[in-house]
Design a protein around this ligand. Sequence first.
Ligand SMILES: [Zn+2]
Length: 307
Amino acid sequence: MLRQRTLKTLTKAVGVGLHSGQRVELTLRPAQPDTGIVFRRTDLAVPVDIPVSAEAVTDTRLASTISNGGAKVHTVEHLMSACAGLGVDNLYVDITAEEVPILDGSSASFVFLLQSAGIEQQNAPRRFIRVLRPVEVREGEGENLKWARLDPYHGYKLRFEIDFAHRVVDSTGQHHEFDLSSGQYSRDIARARTFGFTKDVEMMRSRGLGLGAGMDNAIVMDDYRVLNAEGLRYDDEFVKHKILDAMGDLYLLGKPLLAAYSAFRSGHAMNNRLIRALLADQDAFEVVSFADERQAPAGFAVPARAW
Ligand SMILES: [Zn+2]
């Protein structure tokens, strides 16, 4: 049987929120089978649980925010991406503020935390959402066109294309395809950082956002070049970060996908529209598990390797 996974033990991190600039403590704890991933705001007078789901996403400007009643957690996508990449099904995420710490701006720190705690198999079948027919969302035309879609695929792969009118980004790889069966999430995707432009940072700060952003947690560019002294981690770090984000946004479904995702200039909002469109079409998916691991896609029975 292909089993659900949680952590062996708890692990903690302290950091700042990218947008709030607030100090935040994060504790990742093991959870029982079928719990899913549940964020818990432990700083509130009465702690509030926020289980992840497509419908829990209430804001997608700049980052993915999930809510339960008035309680929110912003910027869940990089941690969710690490959970998707390592195949973690059940987890409590205790958090002392309303934003997940940005750490180094990628999901590499979350991968490190999860792997330090150790990943444990549980005595319950891992359930997947298998896409049975294409689902697509699109908006705009010409220069404003963007789209994202899911197609049937026995495995999980993501193909992303970006099109920024910016000379730094344009000189790097604009598209990338990643197949989870490669077992190389940690090495090939997890280290890609979020990115921004100095002029946008000034605009965001005037709106009280991006207060925690800096060169230790983002790629920062002016009109001509990358300002970080160490340069890029991958030649095509920008598009790889978009794949990292998409993996986190799609994992908000609450179950891993068996599908081929492809997207052109998509972002958090469109990724959320895509999973809502999938769930709205009962004939477009089924929930499956694998009593015999050998029936699962190649590589899925083995937790992703460390780099
Ligand atoms: Zn991101």
